[in-house]
Ligand binder design. Structure first.
Ligand code: IMP
Length: 183
């Protein structure tokens, strides 16, 4: 299999993720926070899993609980931007601080839907941490509180991100050339 060209190396990912973890720990009062009031960290399956594990491993003192959403979106067709929830949270989030952890914000429809839902359910606060941001692809506004890297509007794979289910286990973020993605 031809390997995708490196866009963000393993070393650069590790360095930036350590910085994000330190920021999160500081902002949520890591050591001072009671175990009775943990930060609810919510990953969006499946792409965010690699990032979430590495990020939370580096958050040393902050008490956290973790949970997941799984979504599907319908691109093209009659309902552009319609996002459906395939797996909902098991955790009640009313009155709690929630940190959403996502691999990439592209059009913004997925995150916009989930942010609105969590606020509607009465979370005390909802912030977003995304490893990657494709600002130029945005269709709806989504504020990113903790952002790893801005990238151009190119299709990327690796470190959790897939093309047709493949490449999630690449240790870096890579770009497939046009031929590989059927352009
Ligand atoms: P959005 O709703 O358009 O912001 O899309 C978010 C989801 O689309 C992400 O969680 C990814 O699963 C997927 N996605 C968007 N851009 C890429 C990409 O470049 N590579 C792989 N998946 C992507």
């Amino acid at each position: 299999m031809k390997m995708p060209e490196v866009l963000i190396s393993e070393q650069d990912l590790a360095r930036r993720i350590s910085e994000l973890a330190a920021e999160i720990e500081r902002d949520y009062d890591g050591e001072g926070r009671e175990a009775s009031d943990p930060l609810v960290c919510v990953g969006i399956l499946t792409g965010s899993v690699f990032f979430m594990v590495d990020l939370l491993e580096k958050v040393k003192f902050l008490p956290v609980v973790i949970d997941f959403f799984q979504t599907t979106s319908y691109r093209g067709g009659t309902s552009p931007g319609e996002v459906r929830i395939r797996k909902d949270l098991d955790t009640a989030i009313r009155g709690r601080d929630v940190l959403l952890i996502e691999d990439i914000v592209d059009t913004g429809y997925t995150l916009r839907t989930i942010l609105d839902l969590l606020r509607f359910r009465g979370a005390k606060s909802v912030r977003l941490c995304s490893l990657l941001n494709k600002e130029r692809a945005r269709q709806v506004p989504v504020p990113i509180d903790y952002k790893g890297f801005d990238i151009d509007d190119v299709f990327v794979v690796g470190y959790g991100l897939d093309y047709d289910g493949l490449y999630r286990n690449l240790p870096y973020i890579g770009v497939l050339d046009g031929e590989d993605v059927g352009e």
